[in-house]
Design a protein around this ligand. Structure first.
Ligand SMILES: [Zn+2]
Length: 145
């Protein structure tokens, strides 16, 4: 008889060595690195070959400040991946940093589930998962400043 597997399935992992490698490397070092267009100067994420604003192919990766605002959020009551079952219901945030880039993320570890609302000022938190992967999460800027 096969024993029942009681381990929690892993969550899906981002591709760390793809076009966003500089972003993931940056998070491990406590920085948010995004592409900055060398023609119009605007920041963008996720990575793309051409600037969505002026179509220039010239860019550099550059660290941006981790302050921004919650633009929207959603509470998930269904786990689309089994690895998320222990955290249900869980919150997904859409954060717009002051540099103009947007991220889908989650509230940082220990943040009250209802602490973040649309318009809340937030700051980045770097949460290591293991040696290779650090996740970008957010915490209310008012709470700890
Ligand atoms: Zn541009």
């Amino acid at each position: 008889m096969t024993p029942i597997d009681t381990t929690v399935p892993e969550k899906p992992r981002p591709k760390l060595d793809g076009p966003e490698k500089p972003f993931w490397d940056g998070l491990r070092e406590g920085e948010i690195r995004v592409q900055r267009c060398e023609n119009c100067g605007r920041h963008r994420f996720p990575a793309s070959r051409y600037c969505p604003h002026c179509h220039s192919p010239e860019f550099q990766w550059e660290a941006v400040a981790g302050e921004g605002e919650v633009e929207s959020f959603c509470v998930f009551h269904k786990a689309y991946f089994p690895g998320f079952v222990p955290e249900m219901p869980y919150t997904v945030l859409q954060v717009k940093l002051d540099s103009g880039v947007r991220f889908f993320s989650n509230p940082a570890e220990g943040e009250a589930k209802d602490a973040l609302a649309v318009g809340t000022r937030v700051r980045a938190v770097f949460e290591p998962v293991d040696n290779d992967l650090t996740l970008l999460k957010f915490r209310s800027a008012e709470a700890r400043s």
